[in-house]
Write a protein of this length. Sequence first.
Length: 121
Amino acid sequence: MIRGHRRAWVWTHGGAVEKNVGRLFFTFSDGYDGSCTATVVTSANRSTVITAAHCLRGVGSPSADATWNHNFYFVPGYRNGTKPLGGFSIRTMATSSRWDADPDTITHRFAVARTPFPAGR
């Protein structure tokens, strides 16, 4: 979305962007539903997704279950409620140790998640 505008621009040119970028749905630790943009990245296991760290968990110790969101489901190519490539539950996830130590840092605000099956591409 462009600052000051209410219209979000949608990629309409197909290709890798359309297949690999999607929506990561989840439930916050307080029970509310949320979602973030996520992207399938090239990896040996073909099932790695990258997103923002705050999409996987809130601030606090990564060992505290209450900081982690739940019910993760990634939909590559998601648009207007459609799942053109299906959807994938998330098996494992991690946030950057630098973000864990200082969530206000501008760098290292990323997280990775893994689906049990190849996603996208």
